[in-house]
Write a protein that binds this ligand. Structure first.
Ligand code: ADP
Ligand code: MG
Length: 678
């Protein structure tokens, strides 16, 4: 039986209340607990002489208790224990709160190891509530776990020890022996024991390496299985390139980069035996939609249908409008299919799609439903692909008879990550913006200057322009609805009583949102107050100001997306970031926004500040959540990639019985994603 189906309440000392605390950490079973790896380690073997400590840092010191512990009563029934300790080099004060066992645990004249942060006080250096251990008993390295209210590190350590003791004597290793040998990896059982309780740094490293390798291998294999269609043949071959015909109907000339992108796609669809599998990466505003339209046009003219999937209702509706304008003077029939439509509307749309009466289908993930059947789908396009899970993306590709696949992204990603996420996707980069764009001027202000900012917005509106305000994020316990509407009401009352203000938030029905967006695009609304629902793709050329409250709370890539909503037309545009946070990281992040408008530079900076783990953890790419791997370890990354490739070559669907363990892990990793994504 799998330890993942043994509830943690089976462990001694874990009752209902304690179990609730573990659930909060995502730990439900004994198996989960074993996979609940420490977030850090205290190294008790690295002792610092007391005289060498400095303020604010964490140390292990070896101190002998210099006196009897003194207990001091504080208000509210609280109390404090205080004692001095020394080593050969000096003295330090130790302070503990509300722990009545301290006087009996720290005995006069005995020596202990203490671990904690050192502060400089008037009377000298002090450690507050340090961890401590008797000299002989100290494990060299102690795990530090993520905790939750009521659950301390010692409790998790105890539970983890117990969980590990339940591992079977002889464990089946999911990684075949040849691979372990080839990459010099330890066994799973060794790795699990030592990731929690390593004997020393070397064993810890060995354990970690094995677990990272395993996780990346599983991820790699999963992605390869999802993409194995790449090696398939497709019967959908376009005969003729009609894109030039389409270009001629456009009111603008496509940029060189846009044309190249179209050429890449059309070549794939005309000359390759396997389906196109291409990613177009282009910064916000680089004109990816027109490229798609050209691809769709060519496909339709060759007798096939095209599908274009967007992550939100608003965006789907907007693409629908744009396409209708693009194809105004043609006989191409465009169908909208979104979740917000009534069942009857959806039914009619699906009938037209199945009968081949619709040429281009634009929609949200309603397109993915079983009941959407295409007549002859030629190309499936996903916009803003990072918004979708990997599963969803491949679902679209599985519609019809091996259609060509195109995905669009405005999020630049680091190369190592790209190798995994996009593996064998071909990539086209759109590296220029349409001409005539003026650089967006970005300023960072604190809330004192908000009044001035509002006056600036007014002056823009008086010149006929429009503005976005992204309102403050919801506070705990407050609903998005009240926070957005309160903010908007206040604005209208005290600043813009004579100006039409609209409001857009996530709790609104799709119909209501569409109506607001329609009014905004017709300039019936001058100032649009919104939560981040406006973030992706929205295109209103007359909008020139993007003001973002609580700017520090957004990731750089989100800020970049938001800012991309302005500067889309001929008018000079502005982005106003409002933040009172003076933290160093925040200032660095926000000033990066002021300095550059290059999406790639911003993504790089994001990566530098937050680190690859975080970048990955933020789930911007719809990948499963990893528990230990990040992408800084490029050696393990490429080893796992090589191993995955060899395994797939040897057993394309991993049906080899020796791979049963890995198959189970792939299933688990990817089902977890589905759960968290939806
Ligand atoms: P994104 O790449 O962010 O999806 P869009 O496709 O929404 O960008 O295009 C941004 C704006 O630029 C749209 O209003 C579009 O009509 C316009 N546009 C696209 N290509 C060109 C071009 N070659 N010349 C001028 N304007 C263009
Ligand atoms: Mg777009």
């Amino acid at each position: 039986m799998s330890l993942f189906s043994v509830p943690i309440t089976n462990l001694t000392g874990i009752g209902k209340r304690r179990a609730e605390q573990f659930y909060k950490l995502g730990v439900d079973s004994v198996g989960d607990l074993i996979r609940f790896y420490p977030r850090a380690y205290e190294n008790w073997s690295e002792v610092t002489p007391i005289a060498s400590v400095s303020h604010g840092e964490r140390y292990v010191i070896q101190g002998t208790i210099a006196e009897a512990v003194k207990t001091v009563r504080l208000s509210g029934g609280r109390f404090m224990c205080r004692v001095a300790a020394y080593d050969d080099s000096g003295y330090i004060n130790l302070v503990f709160f509300n722990n009545k066992y301290i006087p009996s645990m720290l005995r006069y004249g005995e020596t202990y190891l203490f671990y904690g942060r050192v502060q400089k006080e008037a009377v000298g250096y002090q450690m507050t509530s340090p961890e401590f251990s008797e000299l002989k008993k100290a494990d060299a390295i102690t795990p530090v776990y993520h905790l939750t209210e009521g659950l301390n590190n010692r409790m998790v350590i105890k539970a983890a020890r117990q969980a590990l003791s339940q591992l079977p004597e002889v464990m089946n290793d999911p990684i075949p022996y040849e691979i372990l040998k080839r990459y010099d990896l330890c066994t799973l059982s060794y790795a699990l024991n030592h990731i929690h309780f390593p004997a020393d740094l070397k064993t810890l490293e060995r354990a970690r390496k094995r677990l990272v390798f395993e996780e990346l291998l599983v991820l790699n294999l999963g992605m390869r299985l999802l993409k194995s269609r790449v090696s398939e043949q497709t019967s959908i071959k376009l005969e003729k390139d009609y894109s030039g015909e389409f270009f001629a109907t456009l009111p603008f000339e496509l940029t060189r980069a846009q044309k190249n992108a179209v050429v890449d796609c059309v070549n794939d669809m005309m000359h390759k035996t396997s389906p196109m599998n291409r990613l177009i990466q282009g910064d916000v505003g680089s004109g990816k939609t027109a490229v798609c339209a050209a691809v769709c046009y060519t496909c339709v003219k060759n007798g096939y249908q095209a599908a274009f999937m967007a992550p939100t209702e608003i965006l789907a509706a907007q693409h629908f409008d744009t396409f209708q304008k693009f194809f105004e003077n043609t006989d191409i029939k465009i169908e909208l299919l979104t979740g917000a439509m009534t069942p009857a509307q959806k039914k009619t749309a699906r009938e037209r799609i199945e009968a081949g009466e619709a040429d281009i289908v634009i929609g949200t993930h309603a397109i993915l439903s079983e009941s959407t059947v295409f007549h002859n789908l030629g190309v499936a396009i996903t916009d803003e692909q990072h918004r979708f899970g990997v599963e969803q993306r491949s679902k679209l590709a599985s519609k019809g008879e091996k259609p060509h696949v195109l995905v669009l992204s405005a999020t630049p990603i680091p190369r190592t990550l790209g190798l995994i996420i996009y593996g064998d996707l071909d990539i086209t980069v759109i590296d220029e913006l349409p001409p005539g764009r003026t650089e967006i001027q970005t300023v960072l202000i604190d809330s004192d200057k908000r009044e001035r900012a509002f006056r600036f917005l007014r002056s823009q509106v008086e010149e006929g322009r429009q503005c976005y305000i992204v309102c403050p994020l919801v506070e705990e316990g407050e609903s998005e609805l009240t926070s957005a509407t309160d903010y908007a009401a206040e604005l209208m009352l005290s600043h813009f009583p004579d100006i039409p203000v609209g409001i857009l938030h996530g709790k609104m029905k799709a119909k209501e949102k569409d109506e607001i967006m329609r009014q905004f695009s017709l300039n019936e609304i001058s100032i649009l107050v919104s939560t981040t629902v406006v973030e992706v793709g929205v295109d209103v050329k007359n909008a020139t100001v993007m003001m973002i409250e609580n700017a520090e709370r957004f990731g750089l890539s989100t800020l970049h997306q938001l800012r991309g909503r302005v500067g889309r037309g001929e008018h000079k545009s502005y982005c106003i970031l409002v933040s009172d946070n003076k933290g160093e990281n925040t200032q660095l992040r926000l000033s990066t926004m002021c300095r550059t408008t290059s999406g790639f530079e911003i993504a790089d900076m994001d990566l530098q500040i937050r680190g690859p783990g975080d970048f990955f953890g933020s789930r911007q790419h719809g990948l499963p959540k990893l528990s230990i791997a990040d992408f800084s370890d490029t050696e393990t990354l490429s080893q796992s990639q090589e191993a995955a490739k060899n395994l797939i070559e040897h057993s394309p669907d991993l049906s080899d019985p020796a791979l049963r363990g890995l198959r189970a892990e792939i299933k688990q990793l990817f089902t977890d994603t589905e759960n968290t994504m939806n």
